[in-house]
Design a protein around this ligand. Structure first.
Ligand code: SF4
Length: 360
């Protein structure tokens, strides 16, 4: 169940955070009623309260209270993904203990301050460790952390920091609950996406991705530790399709004619079929993925207008290269373009459910 749409945090790699602006919240009563109706009509036993950043939903405490009181005793699993790394999130998850509970997942994405500034997702390592300690000591034995390698400007020291931080989290778990503490580390690879500040950035070359993954695979193992990672060949294809142009239509058709189907299912993914299809049309995936982009390059998606301006995206890209943070735009509007685009709608819907400033 989607509880709000949009996000004010401005992580620079995040496509959804850019194209789903502005932030709009559904009311607690609308959400609770929709959940009850959905359960009645479907018989589902699991509910996830979805958004890009659930702790930012302004009524999150009230929502969780309402849902737990309406649904307790029904033997449902309720999960609350996309929580911020802070003890308030642990409090929220604890409130769900009356119902069957899902796992605890946090997404620091990067492990050094420099990388966190580059991607605009500032989190203090101390805070992550103290939140992890709380999670373990309040009854969860498994914590899942998501990191992303290959962000622009990343060095091997930044990757090593992911391993170091993960090991420290396990130590916190051990201190809290001994050998029962488990840590799953999910490591994805950054794919530059259109309509984001990183639309000008390059995908890491295959060998670099493998080197980074190998470093982590070597270190993130042992009792209580499990690592999962994305298939770098799938990443190459994803990167080409993400920033592809009309020439890729021929490649997609050829790959399909040669048997490519259900590629998102790992057992069905056939890299060679795709590479042969690229070859057949004299195109390389690197042209779309790893090639360096000039600032004034005209992109195949430039005619699609999301409301956020290219000027804003470029300003954010420049700031990323200087490792400068941009504050959450609830603390001050950064003029991303949404308000001028949707000023009529904003005027028609005044008040707090839409989190951008009012327009007169
Ligand atoms: S208009 Fe301002 S407050 Fe609204 S999403 Fe854009 S930057 Fe954030």
């Amino acid at each position: 169940m989607e509880i709000m749409r949009g996000c004010t945090r401005g992580c620079r790699f995040c496509h959804a955070g850019m194209v789903n602006r502005p932030v709009r919240e559904r009311t607690v009563s609308d959400i609770a009623e929709a959940i009850e109706k959905a359960l009645e009509n479907t018989g589902y036993e699991e509910i996830a309260l979805l958004s890009l950043s659930s702790s930012d939903y302004t009524q999150i405490g009230k929502l969780v209270d309402e849902i737990t009181s309406r649904l307790s005793g029904k033997n449902l699993t309720i999960s609350l993904p996309s929580l911020r790394i802070e003890s308030f999130s642990v409090d929220l998850m604890e409130k769900l203990k009356g119902v069957r509970q899902g796992g605890f997942t946090l997404a620091p994405e990067a492990a050094t301050d420099r990388m966190r500034n580059t991607i605009n997702k500032p989190i203090q390592a101390d805070q992550l460790l103290s939140t992890a300690r709380e999670i373990y000591s309040r009854g969860w034995s498994t914590l899942k952390l998501y990191f992303m390698i290959g962000q622009p400007g990343e060095t091997m020291e930044d990757v090593q920091a992911i391993a170091d931080l993960s090991k420290k989290v396990v130590v916190e778990g051990r201190k809290a609950i001994g050998k029962r503490a488990n840590l799953h580390v999910g490591v994805s690879t950054f794919v530059p996406k259109p309509h984001t500040p990183f639309q000008w950035a390059s995908l890491d070359p295959l060998l670099t991705v493998l080197e980074k993954q190998n470093l982590l695979k070597d270190q993130l193992r042992g009792p209580g530790m499990k690592m999962t990672w994305s298939n770098p060949r799938e990443t190459i294809l994803e990167a080409a399709l993400s920033r592809g142009d009309r020439n890729l239509a021929k490649v997609i058709e050829t790959a399909w004619r040669n048997g490519a189907k259900f590629d998102a299912w790992q057992d069905q993914f056939n890299y060679n079929i795709w590479m042969d299809a690229f070859d057949a049309h004299g195109i390389t995936p690197d042209f779309y993925g790893s090639r360096k982009r000039e600032i004034d390059e005209v992109f195949p998606w430039d005619h699609i207008h999301t409301g956020v301006t290219r000027k804003y995206l470029l300003r954010e890209y420049d700031r990323s290269q200087r490792n400068e943070l941009t504050d959450d735009c609830r603390d001050g509007c950064h003029a991303c373009g949404i308000l001028s685009e949707f000023s009529d709608l904003r005027q028609a819907h005044p008040g707090q459910l839409w989190l951008c400033p009012e327009v007169n």
